[in-house]
Design a protein around this ligand. Structure first.
Ligand code: AMP
Ligand code: ZN
Length: 486
């Protein structure tokens, strides 16, 4: 579908909304910082991938040939982003008494299950950090002389050797860096390890030989190398959560500048990517998102409590990606209801073929407004209201209506035309009754009501409520019952 409104995106590097102009005409090359697979992702982490996926879908909608890369970090990410603390993977492996490789495989699969559940499209490539270690060593060799210095702990990047270090973060003051743990011999507080040496006398589960001793790459080096290797510098867009704007991405940019023989960040080519985009955080006040809080907020927990995972996708898209989003079960329940309404409303269209073109003026006008919303730095909140309008619209050719909804859904990613209302009714893990038992009780209740035996009918309703089932007499969406959520 050819779109007319130019796509505008907010570039964290310039703090401005800019028109997207691809490096390679007609193409869009995007790199997203992926998860460190030492634990299950929480739903906040998954907001970052719903955002990256929506960006990718929007680029496809705008007609660009998309190449999206997401990495999997299975080595090198320390418990503190600024290169202090322990390696997250080593720490979890020790706690679980398992090999790091098993830990990485288990949590990578768990992350992929969440990706699938949230309809996040498969990127062109998942890059696994440990597959790129020789390239990381080559990259480090290329910049070591001019930009790095060796310390007993490994090879460090000297941030004063590149122009405008930290322009992305806009917070590089000595005061601001006070929180960064000092390493003996570091020239500047913001300098960071690009290669960490295994301490003498120790052996790590993951380590490689290098000119700076046996050890492992730094986390920032990994993303510079994988993005450059697969997409080529400069590429179009680099994404991550807003926390990455402060340390991880400034460090990636510094390395990219060094690697690309920099003249300063004003030459966008040198920062590796032209546009750096960051999603804001999902917040939860009671601490349930902390991975150390026992039952933390994971996609599986939402499912166990009876929520279809796409309700969470809906919740994410109802907010702008640059706004903080507060999690609550009520908002999630409302998002689920909205999704259910959409699925019900489009059900009559599922058997139809989509029209090859949309000509009806009411529909073309809606599509143009949808295009404008998405082109306005991915305004999904407005795009969703336009999808609501589209599903409700009457007196238009139905095949064309289907084509419009397909086009919108391709960007928002609910698979509305294949999702069924039965699929949306997820039973909580601790459900006291199976679906068949619920249906049988409802049939008995119906018979009791027909026989005007209201005492029996009420008793059955009470029994169902006790089992977490809400009986829906006269529901406008024609549901007989729904699980009581939360
Ligand atoms: P990590 O696995 O810790 O590297 O994080 C994976 C992604 O999730 C990164 O892009 C983070 O910036 C992002 N992220 C972490 N916490 C949140 C949150 N609460 N809300 C949104 N994104 C987050
Ligand atoms: Zn990264």
């Amino acid at each position: 579908m050819t779109q007319t409104t130019p796509l505008k995106l907010f570039n964290s590097l310039t703090r401005q909304t800019e028109e997207f102009r691809p490096v390679h005409p007609g193409e869009a090359r995007v790199y997203s910082c992926g998860p460190t697979v030492y634990n299950y992702p929480h739903i906040g982490n998954m907001r970052a991938y719903v955002f990256a996926d929506t960006l990718g879908r929007a680029l496809s909608f705008k007609g660009y040939k998309l190449t999206h890369v997401i990495n999997i970090t299975d080595v090198g990410h320390l418990t503190d982003d600024a290169d202090a603390g322990e390696d997250k993977m080593e720490k979890m492996a020790a706690e679980k008494a398992q090999s790091i490789w098993d830990i990485a495989e288990h949590y990578k699969q768990a992350y992929w299950a969440d990706v699938k559940a949230l309809n996040i499209r498969q990127p062109a490539q998942w890059t696994i950090a440990t597959d790129y270690v020789p390239q990381m060593i080559d990259f480090a060799k290329g910049i070591a002389d001019k930009h790095c210095y060796a310390l007993p702990g490994g090879l460090y990047f000297d941030t004063s050797t590149v122009a405008d270090y930290g322009r992305l973060a806009r917070a590089v003051t000595e005061e601001g860096e006070g929180r960064i743990e000092e390493v003996e011999g570091k020239r500047h507080a913001a300098d960071f390890a690009i290669w960490r040496k295994t301490p003498a006398g120790e052996t790590r589960q993951m380590e490689w030989e290098s000119p700076w001793g046996r050890g492992a790459p730094g986390w920032h080096l990994e993303c510079s190398v994988m993005s450059g290797e697969v997409l080529g510098f400069p590429f179009d867009i680099h994404t991550g959560g807003i926390d990455h704007r402060e340390i991880h991405h400034p460090n990636e940019i510094a390395q990219n500048q060094a690697h690309n023989c920099t003249n300063g960040l004003d030459v966008a080519e040198n920062s590796g990517a032209r546009i750096w985009m960051h999603n804001n955080f999902l917040v939860e006040r009671s601490g349930k998102m902390s991975k150390s809080s026992g039952e933390f907020l994971r996609v599986q927990l939402l499912i166990d409590k009876g929520f279809h995972p796409l309700a969470y996708r809906m919740m994410c898209l109802q907010a702008h990606y640059r706004s903080e989003l507060e999690f609550s079960w009520d908002i999630l329940a409302a998002a689920l209801t909205r999704l259910k309404r959409m699925v019900m409303a489009v059900a009559p269209l599922t058997g139809l073929a989509a029209a090859p073109a949309i000509r009806n003026p009411k529909l073309t006008e809606l599509l143009a407004r949808f295009d404008a919303a998405i082109s306005d730095d991915l305004n999904t909140a407005v795009a969703l209201t336009l999808l609501d309008e589209a599903v409700a619209i009457k007196k238009v050719p139905t095949e064309e209506k289907r084509a419009l909804i397909e086009a919108m859904d391709a960007v928002l990613g609910f698979d509305l035309l294949t999702l069924t209302r039965t699929e949306l009714r997820v039973r909580p893990k601790d459900a006291a009754l199976e679906d068949e038992a619920v249906e049988a009780l409802l049939a008995t209740r119906k018979a009791a009501r027909a026989a005007q035996d209201f005492a029996a009918s009420d008793a059955i309703r009470d029994r169902l409520v006790a089992a977490g089932i809400d009986v829906m007499d006269g529901d406008p969406l024609r549901w007989d019952w729904k699980p009581i959520l939360g």
